[in-house]
Design a protein around this ligand. Structure first.
Ligand code: DLL
Length: 452
């Protein structure tokens, strides 16, 4: 999501939304008092109960008592995905197993899965925060909500489910996949809102058209989309195609799941981080030394780092998300800072002939060319005997566009990428309906370079 840099101000009417939590309307000063109290508790709690934190802090010569003001957090060591993997499965848990009410885990495609746990209190806090996001996105108690996030070990399905219930909605627990059935149920049950990844909502809209259903004619009015990067251009595409208001929801399993941050429908200017439960920091990912001088200021781009302030089963301190963004002042919830658009993850960055690029940049450029669809893949190859990597953007032309016009649009995409990203690539415009569709988080990059 592209976010304006200036603070838009907060019309009083937004803060009059019925049912807001008191923490949503408190002042920044009040919020920081609460943060410091909770932070001091969490760091001491983690040090007492989780051997990894004790070891790390002892090795670094730092103690929870050294945390006297919020910025002192910058002196504590980071926690990484590798730490969680090394402690697989339950080494990071701060409570005995009989107090763990739920376990989730990442898919673990690139190694051991990371396992996270929740006490009953954690689950209640999580549901409250997801409900907060949905309310901000326009959903109200009594509405019917179609949940197309995947149920299971992934935090999306059950996390969104509990949040919608906590808000007082009627939940339709559809999960991901079975697209035709989803569409049938949307037709029959007439939900007001849909929860899905942006690319899966695109799949649904696309399939509706193929089934002869006008996607603008459904009962849906709101969509709360997340779990993968998406752009302002994608928001526009989905809002127009489906005649809905689409807001962002952000989160990650290691920190909680969906609901760490959520966007307001009135401003649609990026997700507010719920700072009564999480303390965000931005660091330089390429110089991630501990020490508060390495924490970047608000507005500066870098890697997002989170510390949980209330979690019991899995307190997480200075977790490096690998998500690249910046912190911006709060608008619709003035005390809570917003996160800018996530440009990408540091591990999704393509380095092509020395130029850094992210799939979201291609999305942004491609969607401004009317003949091209939002369905695209990026293929990285290194042709035999060559030292340079090659990027091929494979993208579908829109249904109504001829082969010739599609090819011209492809040339234009190649030019625009050269101008805006600064690197040459090949663009292959393919027939509509030929690229794999998303069922949840879409894989955009196919890295076919030998040895990778
Ligand atoms: O994707 C949690 C979630 C579920 C969020 C449903 C929103 C909706 P993980 O599977 O642990 O958790 O993946 C977390 O997904 O570090 C980001 O890279 C990415 N991500 C999540 N939300 C957004 C978003 C869930 N709104 C990883 N925009 C994170 C961009 C997102 N990227």
């Amino acid at each position: 999501m592209t976010v304006p840099t200036t603070q838009a101000g907060t019309p009083a009417s937004i803060l009059d939304t019925p049912g807001l939590d008191p923490e949503e309307t408190m002042s920044r000063d009040e919020l920081e008092v609460l943060q410091l109290r909770r932070l001091q508790h969490t760091v001491a709690y983690a040090y007492d109960r989780v051997p990894l934190y004790r070891r790390k802090y002892d090795d670094a010569g730092i103690h929870p008592n050294d945390l006297r003001e919020l910025s002192d957090l910058g002196n504590f060591p980071f926690t990484t995905k590798e730490d969680l993997r090394a402690e697989y499965p339950f080494g990071m848990f701060a409570v005995p197993q009989n107090e763990v009410a739920r376990i989730h885990a990442s898919s673990g495609t690139t190694g051991r899965p990371t396992v996270v746990g929740y006490t009953q209190q954690d689950l209640a806090d999580w549901a409250k925060l997801v409900a907060r996001c949905f309310r901000a996105s326009g959903i109200r108690p009594g509405m019917k909500v179609h949940n197309a996030y995947g149920y299971g070990l992934f935090t999306g399905g059950l996390g969104a489910h509990a949040g919608a219930e906590a808000l007082g909605c009627t939940v339709i627990p559809m999960s991901g996949g079975q697209t035709e059935r989803q569409i049938q149920l949307i037709q029959d049950f007439q939900p007001d809102a849909i929860l899905a990844t942006p690319t899966y909502l695109l799949t649904i809209a696309d399939a509706m058209t193929h089934m002869g259903i006008d996607p603008t004619s459904t009962s849906l009015k709101y969509a709360v989309l997340g779990a993968e990067p998406w752009t302002q251009e994608m928001r526009h595409e989905l809002e127009v195609t489906m005649n809905i208001k689409a807001c962002d929801i952000y989160g990650l399993s290691e920190v909680m799941g969906p609901g760490v941050a959520g966007e307001s429908v009135e401003t649609q200017d990026g997700s507010h981080i719920w700072e009564d439960h999480f303390r965000p920091e931005i660091i330089d990912p390429f110089n991630p030394l501990a020490g508060k001088e390495n924490v970047l200021g608000d507005g500066e781009h870098g890697e997002l780092v989170f510390t949980s302030l209330t979690k019991e089963a899995l307190p997480i301190i200075r977790y490096r998300t690998k998500d690249l963004t910046r912190l911006l002042p709060g608008t619709a919830r003035p005390a809570h800072r917003r996160m800018g658009r996530i440009t990408g993850r540091s591990d999704d960055m393509i380095i092509l002939r020395g130029v850094n690029m992210f799939p979201s940049q291609i999305e942004e450029i491609a969607l401004r060319i009317p003949e091209l669809s939002p369905h695209f893949q990026l293929e990285l190859t290194r042709p035999e005997g060559q030292r340079m990597d090659q990027l091929t953007v494979r993208i579908e032309r829109r249904e109504s566009v001829t082969l010739e016009l599609g090819a011209t649009a492809g040339h234009s995409l190649r030019e625009q990428i050269k101008i805006h990203v600064g690197s040459s690539c090949t663009v292959d415009v393919v027939d509509p309906g030929t690229l794999a569709r998303s069922n949840g988080k879409l894989r955009r990059i196919y890295d076919l370079r030998s040895g990778s």
